[in-house]
Design a protein around this ligand. Structure first.
Ligand SMILES: *Cc1c(COP(=O)(O)O)cnc(C)c1O
Length: 364
């Protein structure tokens, strides 16, 4: 046997996965007390190719570079989509993923919109958990920390003509992470750039959405803001997202958030918070919210909270909104506000400190 050995997956579980283990773990390089987002990548990655009209046998292999031709169509025409999800280590040592099949469904939705093949359910339900298990030593145990999981799929046809690719690669790698945003955010609502238009791809996690947001985000940072509050593309009137997070506001005690569709991503965190709010008996509204309504509510003392929600940060409070040259300070947040309660609940759930009444945690 060579040092890197192929073990067939049947030896471990009844499905077909090839596993090639890293010769040596890199975990000794990790400072678990200083986990900047994406600073370290775990020992292994999952790779599955789509060709000849079907998905090929998935492989778990050492994380590392992969040779690709400069002609691959993802680089030129942007057929590239991704997901973001997390694994947690509970107090009792159990490992669990937060609603992983929601990510599978959304990735299939993104794939469909981008003319890419659907992803087999088993890649998310069987193979991805294997990857997490294989690198379980990389799951941080400190409160607020987790193993961030990044599935990505991209077009690999080596033909430079504009066409929907016939071949694709699906890759999953993981990275131990601490808290994403530790401080409340200053956000800029601006009327120059848009993120997504009706009928476009804003409702997918397609790479191009993020590429198009880089320059506006950098400009906002240069002006002292942490995030952009994206307004709708038609009228620059309705709030849609906060950077790469869904946005929520509480006005007169009503949790309000823009509806999802082709301009707003159907976030798993958003969905979970709405469910929690309803469960707790809080009034909830999914409807268009204009930036004017938010500012007016603030001026009339009717605005209680504004926050962004997403897997990376879970809940990020917004303490200031810049709009039309004015910086509006938002109300102080207390531990009794909905965003704080929801954030605590999700934390307790993820670290196994509270009963999983919705069945959101999937054990690995
Ligand atoms: C990923 C993402 C979100 C949050 O979705 P989650 O499933 O909660 O992580 C929101 N908006 C955009 C634009 C995103 O890319």
């Amino acid at each position: 046997m060579r040092v890197s050995t192929f073990i067939t997956y049947e030896m471990l579980i009844n499905t077909q996965i090839k596993i090639k283990k890293a010769e040596q773990s890199r975990i000794k390089e990790v400072d678990f007390n200083d986990l900047a987002f994406g600073k370290y990548y775990s020992d292994h990655m999952l790779v599955a190719d789509f060709k000849d009209g079907q998905w090929q046998q998935p492989e778990l292999m050492p994380y590392g570079p992969m040779p690709l031709y400069p002609t691959i169509s993802a680089l030129h025409y942007g057929q590239s989509i991704f997901e973001g999800m997390k694994a947690f280590r509970a107090q009792n040592g159990d490992i669990a993923l937060f609603r992983p099949m929601e990510n599978w469904m959304r990735m299939c939705h993104s794939a469909e919109r981008m003319g890419m093949p659907a992803i087999p359910e088993s890649l998310f339900s069987e193979v991805l958990p294997r990857l997490v298990k294989l690198d379980e030593a990389w799951i941080p145990t400190n409160d607020g920390c987790s193993l961030y999981i990044r599935p990505v799929m991209f077009a690999t046809d080596e033909k430079v003509g504009v066409h929907a690719s016939d071949t694709y690669r699906f890759v999953v790698f993981t990275t131990p992470v601490g808290l994403y945003y530790s401080k409340p955010l200053r956000a800029l609502a601006q009327k120059h750039y848009i993120r997504a238009a009706q009928g476009g791809i804003g409702g997918t996690k397609a790479a191009g959405n993020y590429g198009g947001a880089m320059q506006p985000s950098t400009k906002a940072k240069e002006q002292g803001y942490d995030q952009i509050i994206w307004l709708d593309a038609k009228e620059f009137k309705y709030i849609e997202e906060a950077g790469t997070m869904n946005i929520m506001v509480v006005i007169d005690g009503v949790l309000t958030t823009p509806p999802v569709g082709s301009t707003t991503l159907d976030g798993v965190t958003r969905k979970s918070l709405l469910q929690l709010a309803r469960h707790w008996g809080l009034p909830v509204e999914e409807r268009p919210i204009s930036i004017g309504e938010v500012i007016d509510a603030l001026k009339n003392n009717r605005l209680q909270e504004v926050f962004g929600v997403g897997t990376a940060a879970t809940v990020s409070n917004i303490i200031e909104i810049g709009y039309e040259g004015v910086d509006y300070k938002l109300p102080e947040l207390t531990s009794e506000h909905f965003s704080a309660r929801a954030s605590r609940y999700l934390k307790d759930l993820r670290y196994g400190r509270t009963n999983d009444e919705f069945g959101w945690m999937v054990k690995v």
